[in-house]
Design a protein around this ligand. Structure first.
Ligand code: NDP
Length: 294
């Protein structure tokens, strides 16, 4: 157990809210959220302290951001630069852009503030149960400071490389998930079109080499049980895949599957809108073929 620290937590969305709850059990957590009611609820229910204003959250040993994209993180950094304290560590848990993170680290470094990018995987259930996998980009020294805090919110903490490396591997691994969801949905719906019962098609896939998290966990609930919970916004997933394609461009790499996945997800986002869950791409695939998913 580490000494009690003051942690400013910024962004109490689907992921940030439960992550900050775990921290509140061991540390003094000061919460700030754009929609203040969520921060009020967090402080009421989980013993965190409501930040008086954004600057209040920056008066801390550790600042954690959990926001949609690096754009929102950057805007918060702009506002907090005059208020941050030398010696503070900034942990950005957002699935962000590695290039922006490098700039952010530089800007904060000039103020004596350390920075690690520490995006997470494991979905909202992982955030609720503190079983997230957290991939970290940063110096050895900053990683050593961040690790005990991250262990409160996650189960597997991996130091990937320097600043930016955490964000880079996060968007690459999410792109694998996106492509898998798409191809599995496509083939399962095609099996249905052919006349095979969807449950049977999934059972065969899960007993064979086509098995994946998509076929075992994500798709049965939606395609068979007709439950479409909002777990991870397609908007955020599309952002991750677009960042991954920008890495490919930057490296002058040929990544045709990635490019195709990005095209498909961006088209699905236009079709389904900002509030859709990413597994709803299966509905678009069904519509593309004039079939229904139920
Ligand atoms: P949500 O949309 O649920 O929450 C976003 C949070 O950011 C909210 O607190 C929101 O505040 C805040 N916010 C949005 N815009 C601004 C802004 N302009 N200024 C300040 N605050 C803002 O997102 P998630 O929690 O699902 O995702 C957060 C990050 O985690 C994303 O990068 C996502 O890719 C990643 N992620 C998500 C997973 C998931 O399963 N959901 C899994 C792994 C990673 P307000 O309450 O006012 O809207």
């Amino acid at each position: 157990m580490t000494a009690v620290m003051r942690i400013g937590f910024i962004g109490l969305g689907a992921m940030g809210f439960p992550m900050a709850r775990h921290l509140s059990r061991q540390h003094e957590v000061v919460v700030w959220n754009r929609t203040r009611e969520k921060a009020e609820r967090h402080s009421r229910e989980h013993g965190s302290r409501l930040a008086g204003d954004l600057a209040d959250a920056a008066n801390a040993d550790v600042i954690i951001t959990m926001l949609p994209t690096s754009r929102e993180v950057d805007a918060i950094v702009d506002k907090l630069l005059p208020h941050v304290k030398r010696g503070t560590l900034w942990i950005d848990a957002t699935s962000g852009d590695p290039n922006v993170s490098k700039e952010t680290a530089k800007r904060l470094g000039e103020k004596g503030v350390g920075f690690v990018d520490a995006p997470v995987t494991g979905a909202t259930v992982g955030a609720e149960n503190a079983t997230l996998t957290i991939m970290v980009g940063g110096s050895d020294a900053d990683f050593a400071r961040a690790e005990p805090i991250l262990k409160i919110m996650g189960k597997t903490i991996i130091h990937v490389g320097p600043v930016g490396a955490g964000h880079a591997i996060k968007v690459l691994t999410n792109s694998i998930m996106g492509a898998t969801v798409w191809i599995t949905s496509e083939c399962m719906l095609l099996a249905k079109q052919y006349g095979i019962d969807l449950k049977t098609a999934l059972a065969v896939t899960n007993a064979g080499s086509g098995r994946s998290n998509a076929s075992e966990n994500l798709l049965p609930m939606r395609l068979v049980d007709h439950k479409w919970p909002l777990i991870f916004k397609l908007l955020h997933h599309d952002k991750d895949i677009r960042i991954a394609t920008s890495i490919a461009h930057e490296q002058h790499a040929s990544a045709p599957m990635l490019a195709l996945t990005q095209n498909l997800f961006s088209a699905a986002l236009h079709e389904l809108g900002d509030q859709a869950d990413y597994i709803e791409v299966a509905k678009v695939i069904a519509r593309m073929n004039g079939t229904a998913w139920d």
